[in-house]
Ligand binder design. Structure first.
Ligand code: ADP
Length: 187
């Protein structure tokens, strides 16, 4: 079963993705984590993507789809994957659909973690003090929110048209939101 998690930066996709991954016994794959790790290890991918990520812009669709292809080829991904923040543009949505189809699969559901901008800014502010992520500084956060609104929000409509989108109000306790996500996947 392949499930995609979407939502603005700071919506809690990572936390909920980890819970879902555990509950379903499926690997979670987050392009953000993978890219940050590549930057830290100074791999060719990391060196190429560093400046883009730290400014809060989106990495190119080609790079992202290359990463998705690699992840889907892993044996542990054979039964499905929890995609966390992987699809952020329409070409990426189309590309992921194609890569899944090559394996006789399709996206089963898209969970959209919905939070207000105010809440997001408060959360990212808090996270900046804890995690020290280079892209949580105020200028990069503003760029990420803009990229989200301009490039990623239209992807929600793309999935809505395919009847895959399930909206999860993402304010509340971690357990409350996890329960909403579980219910959303029941039908
Ligand atoms: P957030 O969702 O909070 O912005 P992530 O950790 O998911 O944070 O992603 C961090 C950065 O990694 C993004 O700002 C972007 O530069 C890059 N990135 C991650 N996933 C993608 C994607 N699917 N397409 C393009 N860029 C991506």
């Amino acid at each position: 079963m392949d499930i995609l998690l979407m939502g603005p930066p700071g919506a809690g996709k990572g936390t909920q993705g980890a819970i879902l991954s555990e509950a379903r016994g499926l690997p979670k794959f987050a392009t953000g984590d993978l890219l940050r790790d590549a930057v830290k290890r100074k791999t060719p991918l990391g060196l190429k993507a560093k400046a883009v990520i730290e400014a809060g812009n989106l990495v190119s669709d080609d790079i992202i789809l290359g990463i998705v292809r690699e992840q889907l080829a892993k044996p542990e991904a054979a039964k499905g994957v929890i995609f966390d923040g992987v699809v952020r543009t329409i070409p990426q949505a189309e590309g992921v659909e194609r890569l899944l189809a090559e394996r006789g699969r399709r996206m089963e559901a898209v969970l959209f973690f919905d939070v207000t901008d105010e809440e997001i800014l408060a959360r990212l502010n808090k996270r900046r003090n804890i995690e020290q992520r280079a892209d949580d500084d105020p200028a990069a956060v503003a760029t990420r929110l803009k990229a989200y609104r301009q490039q990623t929000a239209p992807v929600l409509d793309w999935y809505e048209q395919r009847n895959l989108l399930r909206r999860i109000p993402a304010v509340g306790s971690v357990e409350e939101i996890a329960q909403r996500a579980r219910r959303a996947l029941e039908h």
